[in-house]
Ligand binder design. Structure first.
Ligand code: ADE
Length: 225
């Protein structure tokens, strides 16, 4: 999969993809990410990219021309499955959205700043608007990093244990069961006997029960309750 990201703060996106699972994904050639600085597409001597909003009101708006020129120059090179705009008024990111996007070949993500981008860019180019939660960040970069991480770890071959993404919380709309590692007893607290029993079917059943119990207690909304 290839992901292009348009940003006015490219430095904010450098670190998240250079560590851990995202780094492994790119080292293995399973995911390539290119960050494109919008500034060189800015207008005039000062490479302007934002302007006051029509109708008045506080906050600047990212202008049409720089974004349009940047998007179109990328579209000349690639056909995108989705052109995504990170915005607090988009649909809230969830596991099924990440699963679906992980099937794409190529994505373009636009990070907004200030009051956001001119509506005409949304109307003309954007095919999907995504929020990472009901709060406002100072820009779309951190949201884009969250989105790319949630997608990248699902690509076949990225995680060492191929089945591990499937047992995450939210796959099947259930929270994951509790997990334990050595030692079997820590400060008097013991690992549940069933996990030491070696009985695979009983362990699976116990994990499923725990998932249901946790989901009912902590996130009943996931069960439609
Ligand atoms: N940009 C600013 N806030 C955001 C949010 N909550 N989700 C996605 N993009 C954003």
């Amino acid at each position: 999969m290839h992901i292009d990201i348009i940003s006015i703060q490219p430095g904010l996106l450098e670190s998240p993809f250079q560590h851990s699972i995202m780094k492994r994904a790119s080292d293995k050639g399973l995911l390539s990410i290119a960050i494109h600085d919008l500034r060189p597409f800015g207008l005039g001597k000062y490479k302007q990219i934002d302007d006051y909003q029509y109708g008045g009101g506080a906050g600047m708006v990212m202008m049409c021309e720089p974004l349009s020129n940047c998007i179109e120059s990328l579209q000349q090179e690639k056909k995108y499955d989705e052109v995504i705009y990170m915005t607090p008024d988009g649909g809230t990111l969830n596991q099924s959205m990440a699963n679906q996007l992980s099937l794409s070949q190529s994505l373009l993500i636009i990070c907004g700043h200030y009051k956001g981008i001119d509506q005409r860019i949304r109307d003309m180019y954007v095919t999907k608007e995504i929020s990472i939660g009901d709060y406002v960040l100072s820009g779309g970069e951190l949201a884009a990093a969250v989105l790319v991480d949630s997608i990248g770890r699902l690509l076949p071959g990225v995680l060492n244990d191929g089945s591990s993404a499937l047992s995450d919380s939210f796959q099947d709309n259930l929270l994951a069961p509790p997990v334990y590692t050595r030692p079997a007893e820590f400060k008097g607290a013991k690992v549940p006997d069933i996990l030491l029993s070696g009985h695979e079917a009983k362990i699976d059943a116990w994990r499923y029960e725990q998932s249901i119990e946790r989901t009912k207690r902590l996130r009943p909304d996931l069960l439609g309750e």
